[in-house]
Design a binder for this molecule. Structure first.
Ligand code: IPD
Ligand code: CA
Ligand code: CA
Length: 263
């Protein structure tokens, strides 16, 4: 476990916001059967969770800046620190009552990611990492998988939704190339958890395009601190700018990058 003051601040905020999301997930089961469906309710739940995170983190670390999915940028007096937050990653799963979603919080210091947290309140899975302190799942230290043969790899991906259909042709090409060489594929539906699962060695590697900084910031430090490799989907070190991602152990990361490059 990481017992730093910073991690205490992050986990306290996540657990508090998570309590609300877990309660809301219960409510969604009732709304599922209504004609209107749970859309508006989910968007309110998302915003409520973000507000709790903002209030808690701002109280504990006044002056830090914020980049949040719902409210955007909030400049802080302290220009060296910035929180990057997705209050509800895996919205589609949440909307359907699937308990595969997470709160994702990362902290940057002078442009470097120094801490990350991915928390699924439905299952109480808490993944945390701090620079130089390793990556942890509850009380267990994480290591990426040792597997090296891509033919054995369990690979995660993201599928662009209908609203981003312009990404489909490229995705189909990449998917075709990957399934021709890997063991099998998973599409979990929450980028932050995909990365946490790579850090935990449950998935061998993961790639996706069309993401945003808040989808990948916390997961990136989890994977790095678990001994894994992180780049964008073109092999560059610009994940927060390009919103594409590729992670895995050294061998899997290299193999996956090569396959999608040649797709
Ligand atoms: C989404 C999830 C999903 C990924 C999407 C993301 P959201 O985040 O991480 O797995 O495929 O592209 O936008 O919208 O649920 O916060
Ligand atoms: Ca997200
Ligand atoms: Ca979100």
């Amino acid at each position: 476990m990481i017992r730093s003051a910073l991690m205490n601040v992050m986990t306290t905020a996540a657990v508090k916001a998570g309590r609300g999301l877990k309660r809301d997930l219960g409510e969604i089961e009732n709304l599922q059967v209504s004609v209107k469906g749970p859309g508006d309710f989910v968007s309110a739940a998302d915003k409520r969770a973000e507000q709790v995170l903002f209030d808690e983190l701002n109280k504990a670390r006044p002056g830090y800046g914020f980049l949040m999915e719902e409210s955007g940028v909030v400049e802080g007096a302290d220009k060296t620190h910035r929180w990057i937050i997705d209050p509800l990653d895996g919205t589609t799963n949440f909307l359907h009552g699937l308990p595969v979603f997470a709160i994702s919080i990362a902290l940057e210091r002078e442009g470097q990611l120094i801490a990350g947290l991915v928390y699924n309140p439905a299952t109480d899975d808490m993944f945390v990492a701090e620079k130089g302190q390793g990556a942890w799942h509850n009380n267990r230290r994480l290591r990426v998988a040792e597997r090296r043969d891509f033919a054995d790899a369990l690979v995660a991906c993201g599928i662009p939704p209908l609203a981003r259909a312009h990404l489909h042709p490229r995705f189909k090409q990449e998917l075709g190339a990957v399934i021709a060489k890997c063991g099998n594929i998973r599409r979990m539906g929450a980028a932050s958890l995909d990365m946490a699962m790579v850090a935990a060695g449950q998935l061998d590697c993961y790639w996706e395009r069309g993401l945003s900084a808040w989808d990948v910031a916390a997961g990136a430090i989890l994977v790095k601190e678990a001994g894994g490799y992180v780049s964008d989907a073109d092999g560059q070190d610009k994940i927060l700018e390009t919103g594409s991602i590729c992670v895995g152990n050294e061998a899997m990361h290299r193999a996956l990058l090569t396959i999608i490059k040649n797709a």
